[in-house]
Design a protein around this ligand. Structure first.
Ligand SMILES: [Zn+2]
Ligand SMILES: [Zn+2]
Ligand SMILES: [Zn+2]
Length: 342
């Protein structure tokens, strides 16, 4: 995420702000520009707030002459809890906040958003909900917005990490698979790393829940869930890639760097996160990332919290992440080439 500033007074403002705490001007996020801007709520400066400003606590803006009433992010949601469902709507606002972070990153990475992509944000408190992706429709269980419930699920499943943003990142990965792999002519290379996706999915799920992951899963997979089926390995790896890209961007925006201590006999921990990792080979991304995670984990432990980054990346996992980096960069540079051609 970028570090934004108020364009009226220069104060640091966060992605979620709808007001500058220093000069009290109304603030909102303009997705076309990827910028937080001061705006006049009367609409006189050509911008107006999203109609979900209250319901979803949305701080995104639209052009005053836009025919719709919802912002780019809220407009992607097809189903939400009913107006009478107060608990569902509170969970919905939390989920939409995580989704805006997802959509920001997709725009920032210049990954396409459109076509059939829609979200159903439903709560399993009122009926069965299966989080997942099917032909562009992403379903998220809003009950996972409840911290106690999500933490309980995380512990039951033995997971190191479980967040709403993580769920969104996992599901969007399934959405991008045809585009970034199949249609990009990457299927053969992909199968060499991730396996054969033609393996029966229902049987794979059954096997996973009956037998659990192989004991040595961490040598080849970023999570135990990733062992279930090649598609889940892709989704877990791609989501992880989005975690790394976002966290490195935030570190760079705040000028975070690591310059010690000595980690081995002849080497110190050192990392200067680059401003734009899309231009970097993946080796450089990892070189900046790992020292940062050691330092941030240590900071979290100082606060008595669990590690910020509770993962170890085996060489086979880094190879898969590098492949994701290649797929994302190929797509982005293809778009840049088209833009240049006109
Ligand atoms: Zn201000
Ligand atoms: Zn909105
Ligand atoms: Zn999945």
């Amino acid at each position: 995420m970028r570090a934004f500033s108020c364009d009226n007074c220069g104060q640091l403002v966060f992605f979620e702000n709808s007001l500058c705490l220093r000069c009290s001007r109304a603030l909102g996020f303009v997705p076309d520009r990827l910028e937080m801007v001061v705006f006049d709520p009367s609409g006189d400066d050509g911008l107006r707030p999203c109609a979900n400003a209250t319901l979803a606590e949305c701080n995104w803006l639209l052009a005053a002459n836009d025919r719709g009433s919802l912002c780019l992010s809220c407009g992607l949601t097809r189903t939400r809890p009913a107006d009478a469902d107060a608990a569902g709507l509170a969970a919905f606002a939390k989920a939409e906040a995580a989704k805006r972070r997802l959509i920001f990153q997709l725009l920032d990475l210049r990954l396409p958003i459109g076509g059939e992509l829609t979200f159903d944000l439903l709560s399993s408190y009122t009926g069965p909900v299966v989080t997942g992706h099917d032909q562009g429709v992403i379903t998220i269980d809003l009950a996972e917005s409840n911290d106690a419930r999500r933490e309980q699920r995380r512990a039951e499943l033995g997971e190191a990490y479980r967040t709403m943003l993580g769920h969104f990142r996992h599901e969007i990965s399934h959405y991008y698979w045809p585009l970034l792999v199949e249609q990009a002519g990457q299927l053969t290379a992909w199968r060499e790393l991730f396996g054969d996706e033609r393996e029966n999915y229902e049987r794979a799920i059954q096997r996973h829940y009956e037998l659990g992951p192989p004991a040595d899963w961490s040598e080849r997979h970023v999570s135990a869930y990733a062992t279930m089926h090649p598609w889940e390995d892709w989704a877990e790896t791609f989501a992880h890639y989005l975690h790394i890209r976002d966290s490195l961007q935030t570190a760079s925006e705040f000028g975070l760097m690591v310059a010690g201590p000595v980690a081995t006999d002849d080497d110190s921990l050192a990392a200067l996160p680059p401003a734009d990792t899309s231009e970097q080979p993946f080796d450089a991304v990892i070189e900046a990332w790992l020292p940062l995670t050691y330092a941030l984990n240590a900071v979290n432990r100082s606060m008595g919290r669990d590690d910020l980054y509770p993962f170890t990346l085996a060489p086979a996992v880094i190879a898969k992440l590098a492949f994701v980096h290649h797929c994302v960069r190929s797509r982005t540079s293809a778009i840049a080439d088209i833009t240049r051609a006109y």
